[in-house]
Write a protein that binds this ligand. Structure first.
Ligand code: ATP
Length: 228
């Protein structure tokens, strides 16, 4: 059975730093599909700047017409803090023993030890960690966690052969982009053309998103406990 990819985030807004690495991973690991799951309330970081319905709509626009990529709004429907383990439990209940690959950026991987019920993650999914410019040091931090020991694998067939429990690092074409930078640039009136799909760019300008934002929030953006 081909694995299913799971990709969580605030997507505030979705950008090519999300889309391109995920598409590369999808091809390399021959995933059946990848579900983008926007967080309702990302625990222990600032509330997203855009409303849930705007973040959802931007994702729908970004993924529209890309085969294999789809939006899954279960965390928005569930409400409350968007912890990853309950999300994976609900996916597992629906999908049975199908291999699940939780795709995360290296920055998120660096703080994985602090996530809610983190040590249960390998029982529910494989972890597929993609490179992110500036975050290579995070790899060693997280590899020291006892519950990640002995899980490293390199062959895609290992992921397809078992429902969960492996850890894989993937080299992807670096995308030096972040949603916080895009929000800041829009706030300063700068062009973000080419950083995110055009329909998303048009939606942002039509709705007047990110023109102003609460000060101080973005400074702590990577101090998260479970930001998926
Ligand atoms: P912010 O700047 O607001 O923190 P972000 O750009 O990091 O946002 P998120 O929605 O928080 O985007 O991230 C969702 C997932 O995408 C995380 O696993 C994160 O590591 C990953 N990710 C985001 N941008 C990149 C990128 N440029 N390269 C690789 N992974 C990325």
């Amino acid at each position: 059975m081909r694995p299913i990819g799971i990709f969580g985030g605030t997507f505030d807004p979705v950008h090519f730093g999300h889309l391109r690495p995920v598409q590369e991973v999808m091809r390399a690991l021959v995933l059946e599909e990848v579900r983008f799951i926007p967080a309702a309330i990302p625990p222990h970081r600032c509330a997203p700047a855009a409303a849930p319905e705007d973040r959802l709509r931007m994702l729908e626009l970004a993924l529209s017409g890309i085969p294999g990529l789809r939006v899954d709004d279960r965390e928005l429907r569930r409400g409350g803090p968007s912890f990853t383990v309950p999300t994976l439990e609900s996916l597992r209940a629906e999908l049975g023993p199908r291999p699940l690959c939780l795709i995360i950026g290296m920055d998120a991987f660096g703080s994985i030890g602090t996530w809610h019920r983190a040590s249960e993650l390998p029982q529910l999914a494989h972890l597929v960690v993609v490179q992110r410019p500036g975050w290579n040091h995070s790899r060693d931090v997280a590899l020291g966690l006892p519950w990640l020991r002995g899980r490293l694998c390199t062959a895609p067939s290992e992921l397809a052969g078992t429902p969960a429990g492996r850890l894989m690092f993937r080299v992807v074409t670096p995308q030096d982009l972040s949603a916080s930078r895009i929000r800041a640039m829009i706030g300063l009136g700068e062009s973000v053309h080419g950083m995110l799909p055009e329909p998303v760019e048009e939606y942002i300008s039509r709705r007047g998103l990110y023109l102003s934002q609460p000060r101080g929030c973005d400074a702590s953006r990577h101090d998260s406990t479970d930001n998926l």
